[in-house]
Structures are given as structure tokens and as C-alpha cells.
Design a protein around this ligand. Sequence first.
Ligand SMILES: [Zn+2]
Length: 277
Amino acid sequence: VTPEVKSFQVGNRVTMATSISCGKCNFCQLGQTNRCSQLTPISYDYPGAFAEFLAIPARGISGGFVVKVPNGLGEEACLAEPISCAVNAQTLAGVKSGDTVVVIGAGPMGAIHTQLARANGAEKIIVTQRSKARLTLAKNFGADAVIDVTTTEPVETVKRLTNGLGADVVIVTAPEASAQEQAFYMVKKGGMVNLFASLPKGSSTLQMDSRLIHYNEIFLSGASDSTAKHMEIALALLSKRLINPGAIITHRLLLTDFHRGIQLLKERKALKVLLKP
Ligand SMILES: [Zn+2]
């Protein structure tokens, strides 16, 4: 900690909103730092966090991107960053008490979205998933129904589970165009589709009938990154045990086992792998 830093002391446990913004533009002035066009994220513009130590650039501290980890919260505080991105998305998507929410994709972000939707008061949460390994993991998230899309037609099943209406909110965490297209058929009239996962460059064009959006009065939202405010909400959710890290962190390895952790993710045996420095 350099002498000019007054807000933190040696020994403070901290985490951060990892995309440091310019602090000057219209979006930054509004506190929407994730919308800044001059973003400099940790691990892109600065060395990343797969390391024993991470040097936080001065702009990260002066810009308010560093947040203290609440007492009583252990190493699972590392989940705050991905949770903060889901907080941003569900705020934009307006997930509220009593909602039926479909989460497409039961990967780590599907797990986080499921638990966050519950914390936001969703009454019925339906998860759809393709990979067998992850279907088993999905049962631990707390979803009310898990649809195996390899054996069950997901759109009709969602309709059946919602009295023919469709879901209030559909959150797409699977990075596939077909998953995004499907969302518009699962959502209720006047409902919200949130495209949480980005599609890979070159395969991000959708083939769909826009009449569906028009006549069903469907709302659409994106979601990208998060702010320090979202990080604070994420840490509070973890502190209050409204999100159970045990259902999301499936493996805890040493940093030296980095490659094994990546392999577990590739084989879809893991959701989040916690690496200990
Ligand atoms: Zn800016």
C-alpha cells in the first residue's frame, strides 16, 4: 500500500470490480463504469489474478474499484466478480418476486443466475442444459425443474410448466445462437429476454422471426461486466448466505494445479474451480 492510499491498510482483505474505467466520460459520470468505452480490465490491460500477488493500478483505487471483503466471508469471496455480472444482468432484466425464470445453460453462470434469481424472489426457476455431466450438477443449484434438452423439447416443456404462458424472464448463459433464438419462444408475452452470454465472434448472427418480438411485446436486454456497486451487492449476498458458494465452487486446487483445473472445466466436470495461491 503506497503512502498516498488512505482508504486501505496492510492486512485489509479486498477484491475489486476488475474493469477499470476512465472516470471522465458520460457513463463514468453516471456511475455506469462498465459502459465506459475506455475500459482497461485486469487480465487484459494489466496482469491477471492467476497469481500469488496482484498489483492493483492506482486508477483502480482512486476510481473506487476496490472493495473490502466483509468479515466472516472467506475465500469464497472470489465468487463476487462473476456474481456481480449476474447482479448487473438481473437488475437490467428486472427479475422480481414471484417471477418464473428460465436459465438456459447449467454452467457456472447458470448456477449463479439460478441462485441469484431465487435471492431476487423468483418463484419458479427452470434450468435447461445439454451436457449430461452438468445436468447432475444442476440439481444442486436449487432449480425447480431441470430440462435435459438432449431428450426433451425445451420450448414446449417450459410452456407446459408455465400453464402455457412462458417465463417472465429468460436468461441465456449458453454461448450459442440457437440458445438465444430459443429464448424468444420460451418467454411470456411482455416478458424479458436477457442475453447474458456473448456469442463467439463470427457465429453471433441470429435467425429468427422478428414478428415474435413485435406481437408478443418482448423486451430484450444485454449485460456486460459489472461495477463496484454490483460487487458490493454480490459480497452482501455471499455474506448473508443468499448465494451458496458450495453449489458453485466444485473444486479447490492449488495454483500449481492450474492446468488440472482448466482440464476439469473443459471436461465439464467442474463449475468453478477455486485456485489457492
Ligand atoms: Zn469512462
